[in-house]
Design a protein around this ligand. Structure first.
Ligand SMILES: NC(=O)c1ccc[n+]([C@@H]2O[C@H](COP(=O)([O-])OP(=O)(O)OC[C@H]3O[C@@H](n4cnc5c(N)ncnc54)[C@H](O)[C@@H]3O)[C@@H](O)[C@H]2O)c1
Length: 366
């Protein structure tokens, strides 16, 4: 069975399909567009080597299909990489009816969406996410971006795809670390927005970590739906969508401080969730619930954090805040399914909690 739902946005709606055979169903849904114009599939070698046959249903229906390869992983997300593709599209005389498809993880998706959004003021595009993280998070919501040497995701735009097809088949080749990264984003959304999903993740965690297809498809579709609903409610990220930054305030600082590549985004966010539990307790949050989240995160067997300086991390958080032009916002789980965006935490309190968090002390009893 294929789970399907729509994400409605100002330009229409994105069809989301989750399950085995999702790509064939997507090809059928956009068959007319595929017949009428050329399709440019953007992907990276390691993904094509292992999973190329997944795009067969598109090849069968498309008037023409050309595969454009980009550097693997985050390296795909560069202005130079986008320019190479734009120039290729121009030489291939791609018109405004041309379609782009992203076939890969979140990096390929972010790049392909950006390329499609800016070329000829917007080409239609499709997403075939191949990592769990991309299926539950990156491919939902229409955010696209490339990096600058100075800053990740510095240049981007909102450009919703026509359709997203998430097939479980490619997930079979993910590493445990890659699966954990996707699961962390699922836990993050479930804890604040879908307690049924949280209970499913708790019950099936061992099977999810082992990469079993069935529970993975079910929780991935449900988590994507949770995010899609928030995106519909808050397309500009001014209100409830900010709850999805749960774990990310400290997570981003950890990534920058330890070094991209030295800690994964998922692990950094997971440590951020652990820290948010401490802050929630200090702010009067439900201790049983934060303990429940901590137990779930402990089952993910995160690598421990290296020794870190609390002051350096706080400076990074402060700089992040300036860049966003706002206040430092901590997303806290105050009760089951209830998150708040807390912008009034006294800096001294955060600093003290962070120092003891980093030294591995357990939280002080209240
Ligand atoms: N647009 C958004 O809303 C949004 C949300 C979250 C994350 N992101 C972005 O997503 C990116 C991270 O995405 P990601 O975690 O999918 O990683 P990724 O796309 O950077 O890929 C990481 C590695 O996984 C490999 N890979 C992809 N599919 C695979 C498969 N099926 N089996 C084995 N290996 C596979 C890739 O070849 C690559 O080496 C970041 O750039 C992040 O900024 C975007």
């Amino acid at each position: 069975v294929i789970e399907r739902f729509e994400l409605r946005h100002s330009r229409g709606a994105t069809l989301h399909l989750y399950g085995s055979g999702a790509v064939a169903e997507l090809a059928e849904a956009v068959a007319e567009r595929l017949r009428a114009a050329p399709l440019f599939v953007i992907s990276a070698e390691p993904i094509l080597e292992r999973h190329r046959s997944l795009i067969d249903p598109l090849a069968e229906r498309a008037a023409s299909l050309e595969i454009l390869t980009v550097p693997d992983g985050e390296a795909a997300k560069s202005v130079a990489g986008a320019e190479r593709i734009w120039r290729h599209l121009t030489r291939a005389r791609a018109g405004r009816d041309a379609l782009v498809a992203a076939f890969g993880g979140g990096s390929v998706g972010d790049l392909a969406g950006f390329v499609a959004g800016a070329f000829a003021r917007g080409l239609g595009w499709l997403q075939l996410p191949t990592t769990l993280l991309a299926q539950v998070d990156a491919a939902v919501g229409g955010k696209t971006a490339v990096d600058l040497p100075e800053s990740k995701n510095a240049v981007g735009l909102f450009h919703h795809p026509l359709a997203v097809a998430a097939d479980p088949e490619p997930l079979s080749t993910l590493s445990t670390d890659q699966r954990r990264a996707g699961l962390v984003e699922i836990v993050k959304a479930a804890a604040l927005l879908d307690l049924g999903l949280l209970a499913d993740v708790e019950a099936d965690l061992d099977r999810l970590l082992a990469g079993e297809a069935d529970p993975t498809t079910t929780v991935a579709a449900r988590a994507a739906r949770v995010k899609a609903k928030l995106v519909e409610l808050d397309p500009e990220e001014a209100g409830p969508r900010r709850l999805l930054n749960f774990g990310h305030t400290l997570g981003h600082a950890l990534e920058a401080e330890i070094g991209y590549g030295a800690i994964s985004h998922g692990d950094a966010v997971a440590h951020g969730l652990r820290f948010a539990s401490r802050l929630a307790v200090v702010r009067g949050g439900d201790r049983d619930f934060t303990a429940r989240l901590d137990r779930l995160i402990a089952r993910l067997s995160l690598p421990p954090l290296p020794p870190l300086d609390a002051r350096a991390l706080l400076e990074r958080i402060e700089r992040d805040k300036k860049r966003r032009g706002g206040r430092i916002a901590w997303v806290l789980a105050m009760a089951p399914g209830t998150g708040v965006v807390d912008s009034d935490l006294p800096p001294g309190l955060v600093a003290g909690e962070l120092a003891s968090f980093l030294s591995g002390e357990s939280p002080a009893p209240l």
